[in-house]
Ligand binder design. Structure first.
Ligand code: ZN
Ligand code: ZN
Length: 307
């Protein structure tokens, strides 16, 4: 029993080390895909067509302007997720004591294990590995080796955990990646179809291969990111994280579900001007505790409900 647990722990450790090692490679991989795509769309196809004059120039502009705008937003969001700390527990963090409930000792009734149930949000949880109390919605990430505020998942593509402070940036990254890869797929599809026609195709084997590769990669990303995007839209509209959605399967009522609009604002902020960029207004950061990752408003009538 102990032996198998030790073996499992060792496997998890090796897996986590491998994931960490993968880190910089994943960033290079993302930049590689961007590079191949840029070469195919701008340098090979629509850049040169810009000088053809007439309708060709107009079509090129109609592709190149949104292509570059989306690329800037995509890279801005991407590096915001990579470089923003998802949120860690402040040293010696203690919960505010709930006097009404008489929980003078926050450790009363807590479970001293890394496993939590959805009900434990009401109780104070403790992380054995970090030796500290866990704020609500906080989870321990075995890859990062620490507790992460409102942890959603550990994402290998961004070499970081996705949590309270960078979840919005992650969603924007998905959103802009979907738009950009769809645009590239559409704009390269005439060139892709030309491969299978009988006529002579202009270009060297190298440039043709790059166009082919860029089309296939972007189509694959567009389809897989769309699935991910739909999943996260439903998570945001219910104010849950991936981990919570998995844990609360048996609980029909969710204490943090404030209604669709408020749930959206809990992630994106209330200021509309900041919804599409990976940052928050100072006002929102001051006014909305959820954006700091330590306290989350719950349904007003929830405390009276039975768990
Ligand atoms: Zn921990
Ligand atoms: Zn992590």
């Amino acid at each position: 029993m102990h032996r198998s647990r030790a073996v499992m722990a060792w496997n998890v450790f090796k897996f986590c080390t491998a994931l960490r090692g993968l880190g910089s490679i994943m960033i290079l991989l993302v930049l590689g895909v961007v590079g191949v795509t840029y070469y195919a769309v701008v340098l090979n196809n629509y850049g040169p067509a810009l000088y053809d004059g007439g309708i060709d120039s107009l079509v090129s502009l109609a592709v190149l302007i949104p292509f570059h705008s989306l690329l800037v937003m995509l890279l801005w969001s991407y590096f915001s997720v990579v470089l923003t700390d998802p949120g860690s527990v402040p040293p010696n963090w203690r919960p505010a004591i709930d006097e009404e409930r008489g929980e003078a000792d926050p450790l009363n009734g807590s479970e001293f294990s890394g496993v939590q149930s959805d009900q434990s949000n009401q109780r104070i949880r403790y992380c054995r590995k970090c030796n500290q109390l866990k704020p609500p919605r906080c989870h321990h990430c075995s890859v990062c080796g620490r507790c992460v505020l409102k942890m959603d998942h550990h994402c290998v593509w961004v070499v970081n955990c996705v949590g309270a402070l960078n979840y919005k940036y992650f969603l924007l990254f998905l959103f802009y990646t979907f738009l950009e890869t769809s645009l590239v797929t559409l704009s390269l599809s005439p060139h892709f179809i030309a491969f299978f026609s009988d006529g002579e195709i202009p270009g060297t084997p190298g440039t043709l291969a790059t166009t082919f590769l860029a089309f296939v990669l972007n189509l694959a990303f567009a389809l897989s990111v769309l699935g991910f995007l739909i999943m996260h839209i439903s998570l945001v509209s219910a104010n849950t994280t991936t981990i919570e959605a998995y844990e609360k399967k048996t609980t029909p009522k969710w204490r943090y579900d404030l209604g669709r609009k408020k749930n959206f604002e809990q992630v994106f902020g209330a200021d509309k001007r900041y919804w599409f960029i990976p940052t928050y207004s100072d006002d929102d950061l001051r006014r909305m505790p959820a954006l700091q990752g330590l306290e989350y408003p719950s349904k007003p009538d929830f405390d009276s409900q039975e768990f």
